[in-house]
Design a protein around this ligand. Structure first.
Ligand code: CTP
Ligand code: MG
Length: 234
């Protein structure tokens, strides 16, 4: 089965501190969001790409999509003041209600098609699925700097994107959240509050979200690792 994908890319990148949208920063000569786009451009199961962008970056993004040879048509929509509103701008132009839709942060350029496929299969079977990895650190809950309790780590997951849903269910969850003025940090939280089960598919620790400046060093290491693996194989 094919899927559509919404890629929110309309942030400001404040924590990256680059003075512009972090997604336009280059790694090895290629803008970050282009890495993300390439994965979906090359995936035959991806039938449609919707990219939520800042109005004043539209032209530059269109130019970069052409310059870096993205083959599929990319539907650009104007993002909103919060990530959830940017995703909703994409939800409004979704087609094929019975299809699976993925939402994936453009700021996670190291997603790969194998993980996408496992996620889509889970969403087809269960209706809603997300990628996540087991938490590595011990997590404590505190009030101020005083520890209140230590949370059992074996039940904790660090949540990533993509997150996959049935199209009509994601639309319903977004409309309900808007009605209730509920703002979530991911799509699953909107679908969970509708009473739907959401399944976790174990992902990969490489699928980081580029958020703060040190993440760029991790990103360079991941790119170097992939290059050397590719060279060894050829
Ligand atoms: N995003 C968006 N619209 C917003 C806010 C965020 O489309 N109003 C997108 C970002 O471009 C990014 C993804 O959502 O691809 C995850 O957001 P985050 O990592 O928080 O990026 P920024 O919001 O750009 O960064 P910051 O919070 O540091 O400003
Ligand atoms: Mg943000």
């Amino acid at each position: 089965m094919t899927y559509q994908v919404i890629l929110p890319a309309a942030g400001q990148g404040k924590r990256m501190g680059a003075g512009k949208n972090k997604l336009l920063l280059e790694l090895d000569g290629v803008p970050i969001f282009i890495y993300t786009l390439r994965v979906f451009d090359c995936d035959d199961s991806c039938s449609r790409i919707i990219l939520a962008v800042n109005e004043d970056e539209k032209r530059e993004i269109e130019r970069l999509l052409a310059q870096f040879g993205i083959k599929k048509e990319v539907k650009l929509v104007s993002g909103g003041s919060e990530r959830q509103y940017s995703v909703y701008a994409g939800v409004k132009v979704l087609e094929n209600d019975e299809d699976i839709v993925l939402v994936h942060d453009a700021a996670r350029p190291f997603i790969d098609s194998e993980q996408i496929q496992r996620l889509v299969e889970a969403a087809e079977q269960y209706g809603a699925a997300i990628l996540a990895v087991p938490v590595k650190d011990t997590i404590k809950r505190a009030e101020g700097n005083k520890i209140k309790d230590t949370i059992e780590r074996s039940s904790l997951w660090s949540v990533q994107t993509p997150q996959a849903f049935r199209t009509f269910e994601l639309r319903k969850a977004h409309e309900q959240a808007l009605c209730d003025q509920y703002l979530g940090t991911d799509e699953a939280s909107l679908v969970e509050r509708m009473g739907h089960d959401v399944i976790i598919v174990e992902g990969n620790y490489d699928n980081i979200k580029l958020t703060t400046p040190e993440d760029l060093f991790f990103a360079e290491t991941i790119i170097a690792k992939r290059k050397s693996l590719k060279e060894k194989r050829s």
